[in-house]
Design a protein around this ligand. Structure first.
Ligand code: PAF
Length: 291
């Protein structure tokens, strides 16, 4: 596996591979790999000849007072894991090479970024869209894989690609969970045993919403009230949002239907902000389907 830190060298490598007819699959990451990241790398490998993983803790997507400095990092472990997955290049630029002096361009996606994390983290998606756009160009990606845990991020990137006519196929990877339901996240590294237990409020609230909807409670105001009480019963939880949204527009909906997704953001012990999401109505088995 090659380690490349210079954007220019990365572009030159990518141009050579593209010239040789190779399809490049990009997995953009901020490192501190877990099984979810490895799943993204494997999926990219099924869609491309060569997998490039970028590892860049992007300062432009962190707001003041967020966890940029504390964000978990372990380059040696990440390098080993990526190598084992057969990654061709680990691209590890630094902030000065991604945002050199004089940098003044921002990619801003409109309405989709008004809701959810966009409302709680002003400017976050400008930082994400800008860096992802740069990474697509630098790596000449033919396809790129993103996790569905960051559901809004995936929607924003799909919108950017469509709006700006980027020739990059965007592939979503389902959320990877621990056996007890906790969605994998690099930020889980911040959780001690007690707060990890409280972090289960997210996946359990999702299960509660699904159960309640299956029992016929479809009015989202009522569902949100139940979830609020349920989440706040876990010690040290502070709700950022409980949102029942349309899967495509991300706009809030009044009643659950087949396109409704529940998106949650909860702060644990005033420090660790976690997100999760999922469909509210479970797809029913099609007629004639066998178990
Ligand atoms: O999901 C992430 O890890 C980041 O937002 C991304 C897509 C790598 C952009 O910095």
């Amino acid at each position: 596996m090659k380690i490349i830190s210079s954007p220019g060298e990365m572009t030159a490598w990518a141009a050579k591979q593209a010239g040789a007819g190779k399809r490049i699959g990009l997995v953009p990451t901020m490192g501190f790999f877990h099984a979810g990241h490895l799943g993204l790398m494997r999926l990219a490998g099924r869609h491309a000849d060569l997998v490039v993983v970028s590892l860049f803790v992007n300062p432009a997507q962190f707001g003041p007072g967020e966890d940029l400095a504390a964000y978990p990092r372990d380059f040696d472990r990440d390098r080993e894991l990526a190598e084992k997955e057969g990654v061709a290049v680990l691209f590890v630029p630094d902030a000065a090479s991604m945002y050199p002096g004089g940098f003044q361009t921002t990619v801003r996606v409109g309405r989709l970024t008004r809701y959810l994390c966009g409302a709680s983290r002003p400017g976050h998606f400008d930082g994400v869209a800008t860096v992802v756009c740069k990474l697509f160009h630098i790596t000449a990606a033919d396809c790129a894989v993103f996790g569905e845990k960051d559901f809004q991020q995936l929607a924003v990137i799909r919108r950017m690609v469509a709006d700006l006519n980027m020739a990059v196929e965007i592939i979503g990877h389902p959320i990877v969970r621990e056996a007890d339901g906790l969605a994998l996240s690099s930020r889980n590294a911040y959780l001690d045993e007690r707060s990890r237990n409280s972090a289960l409020c997210l996946s359990r609230a999702l299960a509660l919403a699904q159960k309640s909807a299956a029992e016929g409670i479809l009015e989202t105001r009522e569902l949100a009230g139940r979830l609020r009480d349920f989440i706040l019963a876990f010690p040290g939880t502070e709700i950022d949002y409980i949102a029942f949204i349309d899967s495509r527009s991300l706009e809030p909906v009044a009643a659950v239907d087949a396109d409704t997704r529940l998106a949650l953001a909860v702060k644990i012990n005033g420090r660790v902000r976690l997100i999760d999401n999922g469909p509210v109505l479970q797809p029913t088995a099609s007629p004639g389907a066998t178990a």
